[in-house]
Design a protein around this ligand. Structure first.
Ligand code: ATP
Ligand code: MN
Ligand code: MN
Length: 302
């Protein structure tokens, strides 16, 4: 009887019983990392990743044959994802559609079992999908932009946000650029968030046109950074902190303290093993305090 109680008291959400099939299957060929390695990574990182994605609509990047092969984005819920991968109906132009969300380690591992490599949450929760609680300024460097200039751009965004009264947080994308993330009290709607972010990016591009662009049509221009504000529209996503990236470098999207940015040499400076080592060394969340901030969208100065 006592043992039974102890058994039933084990958290049901730890994902230990999620079977990972074909753990030997190669995912990152150059890095010699398998599906089993990916599952181990997400298992070990669950305590850091779950707060970033739990209870948020998610887009998944699934790569059944590994990186460099066909990968696909999935945002809709479907059969066979697992019992801890939930559906949330969200209104779209064509009607209500079921989106994916999870809220525990079991769900995370079931996504991994379905060959999910990247996790891309909304900047809003399932509980309140119409009011963003995270904005993301996605800095996309064009050809020929140095890493030093990318870092300068991130600090520039931070300083300008500060001038509007907003504190922000930085993460390496694990690819080429960085993301500057602004926590909000969910109050403003997506239209207001989008308008603010567009105006903010445009102001930067107007004041330093040799360094920044804010329009999609100029995004690929060489020598400048595209301040991609379009992550802040309803239904848009950004990769979450600690997600693996489906690139040969196996870079991880790593959150940093602002002071740490100076010492980092590239947006993909933390491949899986280095990201794991970093997480193990961490004494506190690099984004400590993000959820305690009570910030709201400033009114637009047009
Ligand atoms: P990088 O630093 O290399 O730009 P990134 O993650 O910022 O890496 P982007 O291409 O700038 O990559 O995309 C930003 C975000 O937009 C992604 O993290 C993803 O959530 C979303 N996104 C981009 N392309 C797609 C797509 N084809 N389908 C769905 N979402 C996408
Ligand atoms: Mn980007
Ligand atoms: Mn982008």
């Amino acid at each position: 009887k006592k043992e039974d109680l102890a058994m039933s008291a084990t958290p049901a959400d730890d994902g230990d019983d999620v079977a990972i099939t074909h753990p030997e299957r190669v995912v990152f060929a150059k890095k010699k990392l398998s599906k089993g390695d990916v599952a181990d990574y997400y298992r070990q990182m669950a305590r850091w990743i779950l707060p970033e994605i739990s209870g948020r609509p998610l887009s998944l990047l699934r790569c059944p044959d590994g990186v460099g092969k066909a990968c696909f984005f999935q945002k809709h819920h479907g059969q066979g994802l697992g019992d801890a991968v939930h559906a949330v109906p969200l209104q779209q132009k064509s009607g209500r559609e079921d989106y994916v969300y999870i809220d525990d380690e079991r769900g995370l591992l079931q996504l991994v079992q379905m060959n999910t490599l990247e996790l891309h949450p909304w900047g809003a929760t399932v509980a309140d999908p119409e009011h963003p609680d995270r904005l993301v300024f996605d800095l996309d460097p064009g050809e020929g932009v140095s890493w030093a200039d990318v870092k300068r751009g991130a600090r520039d965004v931070r300083d300008r946000l500060q001038q509007t009264g907003l504190q922000s947080f930085v993460r390496l994308s694990g690819g080429k650029g960085v993301h500057v993330v602004v926590p909000l009290q969910p109050a403003a709607d997506w239209d207001d968030a989008k308008a603010f972010c567009e105006a903010f990016a445009q102001a930067m591009a107007e004041q330093a046109p040799d360094r920044y662009v804010a329009t999609m049509s100029k995004a690929k221009r060489s020598g400048v950074i595209f301040i991609d504000w379009l992550r802040n529209t309803r239904g848009a996503t950004s990769v979450c902190s600690w997600s693996l990236r489906a690139r040969e470098s196996a870079g991880v999207a790593v959150p940093l303290r602002w002071e740490e940015l100076a010492r980092v040499s590239a947006a993909d400076a933390f491949p899986m093993d280095k990201a794991l080592a970093r997480a193990k060394r961490l004494k506190a969340d690099p984004w400590q305090g993000i959820d305690a901030l009570k910030q709201t969208l400033p009114t637009l100065q047009r």
